[in-house]
Design a protein around this ligand. Structure first.
Ligand code: SAH
Length: 506
């Protein structure tokens, strides 16, 4: 594997824009961390650059080891709970600091050799040094901790204590090569050559890469072909610092069941240079290719996509299947990246909805209607609501594609549309919500409490906002019955959950 690096940034680049998962260990929020001047007023019993012995007691929400040294907290990338290590102190704040792992003195039985040889540099995975079974246990525990700490909820204990049942995390038999989508930044190496790969942890320095162990091999192959063609056609890579150059990102999406492939080339320019040659080469070299799309992003931004998307060749969508339901997926559609685990997650949501064929179900935050169509197979009628109009167009098309007639969709903010539905007399026996990381809007939670469905199924990608919202629903008369964490993103710190609540009020 070639390991060229992009120019200049040398670790001092801007931090990557990434959704920050919930805080899991006692780590102060970013603001508090940067508010104080370094070192001078630190409580640490040692100095910067000193080597200290650290005992690890936990992991933070982003997978760093939480270490203790002389009564002081040090965050150390790479340490696992139960381990002891020698570490070099890098940065000191009043109550905590950061250190670099030098040598493990005592290792955890949960430690494994990261199979990927760029794990340490890459920002994509955080937990490859941890055995998969231990990752699953840690994810379950992180859900439990959030429910208790943020939600002030009682979790059922192993010793028969009453409370919410939190099941073991549903893992994958083979937790590799699971991603159906790759979005890879393009840049220039020091010698000006076009490279594409990943951002080194915490920076915008691109490291060239051809093989990613959590990526479907077809997507890796697409990226390799795009790189090769870009070389041959002498396409200028985009330079983040100067804003010059053409190719910014490559996105590859594979329908894992259908075998259909979409390539999206994100350019800094309106015109796609050498368009006919691009099309010819990609068609020849990518099996299963159904769609080549250009997206124009000429802004200085961390966002991958701009507003303008056009089909250069082939279809506007690719098709894929989840549990026998077909979905049309366009370049900008949200579609879960781990299809195998998505089926487990959605099946669990349907199970929790306990449908008999008569129920009216609301699916809030429905995206392209994925959960809605799973539900529709067993419900009386499903009402989906979603804020992105294009996603609603996809949802309607997907219902039609599958001959599903008992699902209808409306575009708009769920917290506005649902109260209106209520006024129009749309009642719900079950409400399913699947909000983004920030959780449900308070107005939406109020609407759930006003509609008072017998069951609420909460699908969440962020245990801390989940716990916050469950507290509100509990205070309003719901009882949280059970939680199933599903591992949608093995080797990363992310955890997804499906939760069942039942009306328990008067
Ligand atoms: N249930 C879908 C999508 C979940 S992602 C699936 O599993 O594929 C969350 C979705 O919520 C996104 O599609 C996002 O566009 C949508 N969203 C965000 N804020 C919203 C709001 N206020 N009202 C309705 N939908 C919203």
């Amino acid at each position: 594997m070639s390991r060229r690096q992009s120019k200049g940034a040398g670790g001092s680049g801007k931090p990557m824009k990434q959704g920050k998962p919930a805080v899991q260990a006692a780590k102060p929020p970013k603001q508090a961390r940067s508010a104080r001047p370094a070192k001078s007023d630190s409580d640490a019993p040692f100095q910067k650059n000193e080597e200290v012995t650290v005992e690890f007691v936990g992991l933070t929400h982003d997978g760093e080891g939480v270490g203790r040294a002389g009564g002081y907290t040090l965050f150390v990338q790479g340490g696992l709970p139960g381990e002891t290590a020698r570490a070099r102190v890098m940065k000191l704040k009043k109550q905590y600091g950061y250190a670099r792992l030098e040598e493990l003195v005592k290792t955890s039985p949960d430690r494994q050799n990261p199979p990927c040889d760029i794990f340490k540099e890459c920002g994509g995975c955080q937990l490859q040094h941890m055995d998969y079974a231990a990752q699953l246990a840690w994810k379950r525990q992180s859900v439990v901790d959030n429910l208790k700490r943020i939600g002030k909820l009682q979790v059922a204990g192993e010793d028969g204590e009453e409370g919410i049942v939190v099941h073991p995390t549903v893992g994958m038999d083979n937790p590799w090569r699971y991603r159906n989508k790759a979005a890879v930044p393009v840049g220039a190496a020091d010698d000006g050559q076009l490279i594409a790969g990943f951002y080194a942890r915490g920076t915008h320095r691109i490291i060239d890469m051809d093989d990613c162990l959590i990526q479907h091999d077809r997507n890796d192959e697409v990226v390799r072909v795009v790189k090769k063609v870009a070389h041959e056609l002498r396409i200028q890579p985009y330079n983040e610092e100067t804003g010059q150059g053409v190719l910014r990102h490559v996105m590859a999406r594979t329908g894992v069941v259908s075998g259909e492939v979409m390539v999206v080339l994100v350019t800094n320019t309106q015109r796609m240079p050498r368009q006919p040659e691009w099309i010819e080469h990609l068609r020849k070299q990518i099996p299963g290719l159904k769609s080549i799309v250009q997206n124009v992003n000429d802004r200085t931004t961390n966002a991958i996509f701009g507003d303008e998307t056009r089909v250069l060749w082939g279809s506007e969508v690719i098709y894929d299947e989840l549990d026998g339901i077909r979905f049309a997926i366009s370049a900008r559609s949200f579609y879960q990246v781990n299809p195998a685990q998505t089926v487990s997650l959605y099946r669990k949501a349907v199970e929790y909805a306990a449908l008999t064929g008569k129920e009216r179900v609301i699916d809030a935050y429905c995206g392209i209607g994925t959960i809605s169509l799973f539900l529709a197979r067993q419900a009386g009628h499903v009402y989906g609501v979603e804020i992105v109009p294009e996603a609603i167009a996809d949802a309607r098309r997907n219902a039609e594609l599958n001959g599903i007639e008992n699902a209808s969709f409306e575009a708009g903010p769920a917290e506005v549309v649902m109260p209106r539905w209520r006024k129009e007399g749309i009642e719900a026996d079950v409400i399913v919500v699947d909000p983004p990381r920030k959780g449900c809007d308070p107005a939406l939670l109020d609407t759930i409490l006003a509609l008072q469905p017998e069951r609420v199924v909460y699908v969440s990608c962020n245990p801390s906002t989940l716990a916050r919202d469950l507290r509100v629903l509990e205070d309003g008369g719901y009882r949280t019955v059970e939680v199933t964490p599903v591992d949608m993103f093995p080797h990363t710190v992310h955890v997804e959950c499906t939760v069942l609540l039942k009306w328990a009020g008067e």
